[in-house]
Design a protein around this ligand. Sequence first.
Ligand code: ATP
Length: 240
Amino acid sequence: RSPASVIRVRNLTVKRGRSEVLHGIDLDIPAGSLTAIVGANGAGKTTLIQSLAGVVPPPKGRVTIGDLDPGRASPRDLTARIGFVFQNPEHQFIAHTVFDELAHGLRLRGVSDADIADRVGEMLTRFGLEHKADVHPFLLSGGEKRRLSVGTALITRPGVLALDEPTFGQDRARADELLRLLGDLRTEGTTILIVTHDLQLVADHATHTVILADGRIHATGRTASLFATPGLFEGAGLRL
Ligand code: ATP
């Protein structure tokens, strides 16, 4: 096993209702990578990311994030290690202003008001939301909501950020902008994991790629070498 992996998945089996949708997956996500998970509709991408969050406990197999088992860790310990941005992130918003949305995770941890002001201010600037601090999160544009959800996931400074379809419904320019931002975070040391349908984004931004097909790993490795392998993506029902 690779000592440099930050997420380790061993023989992960997950059922949805009666049917098994992940069939004994083994996977290592390299520390410091921007890893994309791709696969045809229903391949199990969302289920895999939900397993990392402990949302769907595996009947068989094991997931570890650093030294944590997400199925057993407290939400507080887990979110200190890994931040999640699920599909429809606005459903996660709980506060009445953008500032409070970002501050929430810090208040829960008893961070001082001065430190909260600093760290929230940092996030507002980083995600281009400086002028939106007092706005209700639901009044933001789609792209701003997405960026707020990323900021909220990052406010506790987790070493890993996992995002499910973060560019869904956004045009090419917006999608590229978000991926560049994630690339910057990676350069600063955060490991990034994204589920996406957009193979062009993967080719342009992901250091590593995992191809899922029918609940199994079809291929995994460095993005450039996977794209250089003829027929590999097509074999998983994907079109380049
Ligand atoms: P997509 O690209 O369409 O989002 P995906 O690769 O993310 O697909 P999953 O959403 O993980 O795939 O779904 C994997 C399988 O599990 C599919 O066959 C799906 O129908 C099934 N499934 C997903 N969620 C549930 C659920 N809550 N209850 C029952 N079956 C589910």
